[in-house]
Design a binder for this molecule. Structure first.
Ligand SMILES: Cc1cc2nc3c(=O)[nH]c(=O)nc-3n(C[C@H](O)[C@H](O)[C@H](O)COP(=O)(O)O)c2cc1C
Length: 307
């Protein structure tokens, strides 16, 4: 009997819904035993979020500073698995604090050692650099990335910014004002993610993972949007400066830190609504010259290779 573990964290339940669909065929197989483990934190993050907490989590999210976990001695984490699926969301262009904390914790990360890993991402749309950070975390845990499946909100970038904010601050995944589309990953995309189950099951049973990502990509597990890659990379450079500046301003309740987080909040609005459209125009103008680089990037970011 093959053993498969799903490690996940979710606030709204969206990521669990996604990973349940992805693993439906594995669950139904008589040759595989499937277990789920939800990461538990000593101090959980609020959901719905309030503005202070949402922006307050930026420096630690981006700098990948872990928080304390609970339940680290759970027997489920002491076993060895044929495959582990790590399902995570992106917070500020990085793997979210809960998942980052799990992968950095000396006790919990050992479960991943010498084990094939599939990452399943459920986020708004900006995940490229977060997955690069994930590759480093997995290498440091001596784990081997063999597959990656990404589900995003497919609406226009600016629409998804408006709708996700409403969702995160209300806790309800519904049409904002009755006119905006529903936030997050669409119900259809979540249900359709069942299609990834069969190739994963075949890989588990045959113990052959070398071709898995190629097969998942054929089933459209990953779609690279070159413009978002550009934004993600630039934003990472700027976020690094902001996060390092804010983290030096004291603890979470320090007035100086709160003041700088407010400035960051304004900067973020400016970056999304003013800078990003300018970058988009520049991207279009330079497209003929960057075409080959874009092609290379698409291939690399669709793969499970490390630079
Ligand atoms: C604090 C915070 C920051 C986020 N930053 C990003 C981001 O940088 N890129 C992105 O695509 N999604 C981002 N999201 C959306 C999440 O990746 C995710 O889609 C959403 O929180 C729902 O996940 P859940 O399964 O935990 O409910 C962010 C969400 C939160 C709460």
């Amino acid at each position: 009997m093959k053993q498969v573990l799903v490690i996940y964290y979710t606030q709204s339940g969206q990521l669990l819904e996604i990973v349940k669909n992805v693993t439906q065929d594995i669950e139904d197989s008589k040759e595989v035993s499937l277990s789920f483990y939800k990461i538990k934190l000593k101090n959980n993050f609020p959901f719905p979020w309030n503005k202070k907490e949402f922006f307050g989590t930026f420096p630690e999210s981006f700098l990948q500073i872990p928080t304390e976990l609970e339940d680290v001695d759970n027997p489920i984490l002491q076993k060895k698995y044929d495959l582990i699926i790590v399902a995570y969301q992106v917070w500020y262009l990085s793997p979210s604090i809960p998942i980052n904390s799990f992968l950095k914790n000396k006790k919990t990360k050992t479960v991943l050692e010498n084990t094939p890993i599939i990452t399943v991402i459920g986020c708004r749309n900006m995940w490229i650099m977060a997955q690069e950070k994930m590759k480093i975390l997995l290498t440091n845990s001596k784990a081997k990335l063999v597959g990656n499946i990404v589900l995003i909100d497919k609406h226009i970038n600016h629409i998804s910014v408006i709708t996700i904010v409403q969702w995160m601050f209300s806790g309800v995944k519904k049409k904002y004002l009755g006119i905006f589309p529903k936030p997050g990953v669409s119900e259809k995309d979540i249900t359709d993610s069942k299609r990834f189950g069969q190739p994963i099951l075949n890989a588990i049973l045959s113990k052959k993972y070398s071709n898995l990502q190629k097969m998942l990509v054929q089933k459209k597990a990953v779609k690279i949007k070159p413009f978002l890659v550009t934004v993600d990379k630039r934003a990472n450079l700027l976020f690094k400066k902001w996060a390092n500046l804010i983290v030096k301003k004291g603890n979470k309740n320090s007035p100086k830190r709160i003041f700088w987080l407010k400035i960051f909040n304004f900067y973020l609005l400016f970056a999304i609504w003013i800078i990003a459209p300018v970058v988009f125009i520049l991207y279009l103008l330079t497209y003929p010259f960057t075409f080959l680089k874009i092609k290379k990037d698409k291939k690399y970011y669709s793969s499970v290779k490390t630079k």
